[in-house]
Design a protein around this ligand. Structure first.
Ligand SMILES: Nc1ncnc2c1ncn2[C@@H]1O[C@H](COP(=O)(O)OP(=O)(O)OP(=O)(O)O)[C@@H](O)[C@H]1O
Length: 240
């Protein structure tokens, strides 16, 4: 089954003392099937907040998020937890690796916690695709930031969840590693994996099938494949 993701009129308000801040106020999207989607927007426009709401990690104040027609915030806590484990993968800006486990062991860990068989061939293919073959037996605490980021991507993708959400997946990478990651994400999307990434890098967004533009807590536009130059023009038209 190809995964479908939709969000309708998502709003997220946070309260701190007597202060109320609307960080999302009107986000809508509809994505069908696999493919790579990029969420772009100026700093503070709400990209990471949107990703947290879409992925089931932060309940919106109002609005709905559906995955394959199921409203994820209207499920029981145990059902939502199970959806998070089986249907959704997330790569955070902090990579959340276990420092004393190796690259391979970190990727295998979610399977072991679920008492599931580790798909060794998939793990090996991912490690090679993301250029980590020479570091596979290195403990995570010895990895560079970019290597940690790529290990976290492998860990999320190894389970082949319906959707992988990634917050700035190339944020800590040099240009060579950025190229490896984007080409690998592009290939996986072509093979049917749905990937939704937040990025401030318009060159990275140009790899996506769909580009969602955020501004001031709202999704303001959606484009098909586009170039970084076109995106630069669109972004400069938005008030920073
Ligand atoms: N828990 C919170 N409490 C108060 N304000 C918050 C909270 N979370 C986010 N914000 C504010 O909401 C706005 C959107 O934040 P968010 O991190 O989603 O933006 P972003 O587009 O991902 O930014 P960046 O590109 O800089 O990472 C920012 O102004 C941020 O300071």
């Amino acid at each position: 089954m190809t995964t479908m993701l939709s969000a309708t009129d998502l709003r997220r308000t946070v309260k701190s003392g007597s202060m109320t801040t609307d960080i999302l106020h009107g986000c809508n999207l509809e994505l069908h099937g696999g493919g790579l989607t990029a969420v772009v927007g100026h700093s503070g426009s709400g990209k990471s907040s949107l990703l947290m709401c879409l992925s089931g990690l932060d309940e919106p104040t109002s609005g709905t998020v559906t995955i394959n027609g199921q409203d994820i915030y209207r499920q029981s806590a145990s059902r939502r937890a199970s959806m998070l484990r089986t249907e959704i993968g997330f790569v955070f800006q902090q990579y959340n690796l276990v420092p004393f486990l190796t690259v391979e062991e970190n990727i295998a860990l979610p399977f072991q916690l679920d008492r599931a068989k580790v798909p060794r061939d998939t793990v090996t293919q991912l490690i090679e695709s993301f250029g980590l073959g020479h570091r596979r037996r290195a403990p995570a605490r010895t990895l560079s930031g970019g290597e940690q980021q790529r290990t976290a991507l492998c860990r999320a993708l190894a389970r082949r969840p319906g959707i992988v959400f990634a917050d700035e997946p190339t944020g800590a990478l040099d240009s060579q590693s950025t190229g490896i990651v984007l080409h690998t994400l592009r290939r996986m999307a072509d093979e049917g994996q749905m990937i939704v990434m937040v990025t401030h890098d318009l060159e990275a967004a140009a790899f996506a099938d769909t580009v969602i533009v955020m501004h001031d807590g709202r999704t303001v536009d959606t484009f098909g494949r586009t170039t970084s130059q076109e995106l630069l023009g669109i972004m400069s038209g938005l008030r920073a």
